[in-house]
Design a protein around this ligand. Sequence first.
Ligand SMILES: Cc1ncc(COP(=O)(O)O)c(C=O)c1O
Length: 261
Amino acid sequence: MSNKELQALKERYVAAGAASPNEQFADHATNAELWDADGKRMIDFAGGIGVLNIGHRHPKVVEAVKAQLDKLMHTCQTVMPYEGYVKLAEKLSGVVPVRGHAKVMLANSGAEALENAIKVARAATGRSNIICFDGGYHGRTFYTMAMNGKAAPYQTDFGPMPGTVFRAPYPVPYHGVSEDEALRGLKMTMKADSPGKDTAAIVIEPVLGEGGFYAAPTSFLKEIRKICDEHGILMIVDEVRVALAGPARCLPLSTAALNPT
Ligand SMILES: Cc1ncc(COP(=O)(O)O)c(C=O)c1O
């Protein structure tokens, strides 16, 4: 089908919530190149919003997917576990920069990872408050929407948001917020809104994505680590884009790492 025909189908059958302004439709792709339904070839600068770290259809990935399909497609691992889940958990545990022995839970999306990290933090601390940062983006489910530090467009028309989410400034000197000011802001949030004893977690993107692709200085992340340790708060690092800028160890997945060092 052509782009035009697919666009007509999309307008008729795809819900507005999943809308795309793009009227070209991907047909196939290899490495960094993509062809649309009319055969037009282009360079894919989007990469699924920065998640195709090794491009489209790397032969090793294709081979692994085919091998899995030949064995088994789905069981739901909570009903019937399988080797791939356990082996990936072992691999991630070996690279994630958290203290001691890390355990892994795989989720369907970044938002789901964050929601679960918050559940773990609340259950582990017995506290409810969450502190996150201006410009941060964590997803489109209700709690992650509330955590997004960019009200429009993410919260528009969907309120009221869940409570107990508090915000602090993210250090972006280019926009006039130095590291010292951001730290002062965080301490002010903890004084005015969410004292340590009530805070379950501080959630931060080491590299802001939606907020403008700014990396937090390593010293700032270390200060947060210190504050969390002082108050028994869990630190949640939402790192989709660390692989690009690398202030911490590199994870090529959308993850929510709980209590990194
Ligand atoms: C930093 C960050 N956290 C969470 C998410 C949400 O991920 P998902 O769309 O897979 O729910 C995103 C998505 O872009 C993201 O950039």
